[in-house]
Design a protein around this ligand. Structure first.
Ligand code: C5P
Length: 321
């Protein structure tokens, strides 16, 4: 227990240092590639609000995550309308327990596989493999959130790898803070539209969606409204997007190794030897603020959070907002 408490303190200290590191914030704000122009209030996250209020406030801003609709997409092909519904998971669909598996290196030796696979719905990110890592990360995969770099760079095999088949896919690409869909579609950050459409043609039965990118900035505004210091002006990470996607559909969402457990490592990903602690504590995405938010929404004990490696967040339907 002492080891867990000491680890918790060191993680909180680390996150706080990143959040408040002024030189970083100035550096990031000097370049503002997405033209972020936040005019709302800054929050008082630390101890300021109960988990229920934080979640109710998110529910109010983002009752569900919107994906592009058929009329939004500039394609002439005859696309199945059902794949462009407002609610990618179906508006009334409910699950008891959902898991979101981060790609963090700290999953190594976690032996979380059984725990993860025991959930009713499991969400993973990008090209994260399960083969060869089942003991630590499980194998059940219902949804993959895929960034536009992974969808467009052939090295990630979006069109050929079985990882991207028989699984609901949500592809995302950031737009500028105030840009319209039309402006964004004319010049997305990565050229994902063509591979996305190819994927649709190759696997017409696969459920594949594109995020309405303005949702990222709604999520960013929410995060800023609950963070006491200015955030770096970049979109939130796909981890926070996954949480916002699942909260309307799950009674509880367990987020695995987002708040780093005692297995914290310098490795960026559990499936690659590449070392970079910024993947965990954040430099580009406002990761430290996201992790504070998750800690403030968490109902799991310290042992579960820092030893077992997950935070538990109550779904919208369980709240009296
Ligand atoms: O690195 P990648 O974007 O593929 O990881 C998916 C998500 O997992 C990230 O958006 C982030 O929220 C989380 N992650 C993390 N710590 C890491 C690596 C990833 O929290 N070391």
């Amino acid at each position: 227990l002492n080891r867990v408490k000491a680890h918790k303190n060191s993680i909180m200290l680390r996150l706080r240092r990143v959040l408040y590191s002024e030189s970083d914030v100035q550096k990031f704000q000097a370049s503002n590639p997405y033209n972020v122009n936040y005019t709302g209030l800054y929050g008082t996250q630390q101890g300021g609000m109960s988990k229920e209020s934080l979640l109710c406030s998110l529910k109010q801003r983002l009752p569900f995550i919107k994906t592009l609709r058929k009329e939004d997409v500039p394609f002439k092909e005859n696309l199945s309308k059902s794949l462009f519904e407002d609610h990618m998971l179906g508006s009334g669909k409910r699950y008891q327990k959902c898991a979101i598996v981060s790609n963090a290196g700290s999953l190594i030796n976690s032996k979380s596989g059984y725990f993860i696979d025991d959930h009713d719905l499991v969400l993973r990110f990008n090209h994260a493999p399960t083969d060869g890592y089942v003991e630590d990360v499980g194998m059940k995969t219902d949804i993959r959130i895929v960034n536009s770099k992974v969808a467009s760079n052939p090295k990630f095999e979006f069109l050929s790898s079985p990882r991207f088949r028989n699984v609901t896919i949500l592809v995302w690409d950031p737009c500028s803070y105030s840009s319209s869909l039309k402006e964004w579609l004319a010049s997305p950050e990565h050229p994902f539209l063509e591979p996305f459409m190819k994927h649709r043609k190759l696997y017409p039965k696969n459920k594949s969606y594109i995020l309405d990118p303005r949702q990222l900035w709604t999520l960013y505004d929410y995060l800023q409204a609950h963070t006491p210091v200015r955030l770096r002006p970049n979109p939130p990470s796909s981890g926070l997007l996954g949480l916002a996607l699942l909260l309307p559909h799950c009674n509880v969402v367990n987020m695995i190794e987002f708040v780093p457990s005692v297995r914290l490592t310098q490795r960026c990903h559990y499936f690659e030897p590449f070392m970079d602690e910024h993947c965990t504590f954040g430099v580009w995405h406002p990761l430290a603020a996201e992790k504070f938010l998750m800690i403030n929404m968490n109902s799991a004990s310290d042992i579960k959070t820092y030893q077992n490696g997950y935070v538990s967040i109550q779904g919208f339907n369980t709240l009296k907002c």
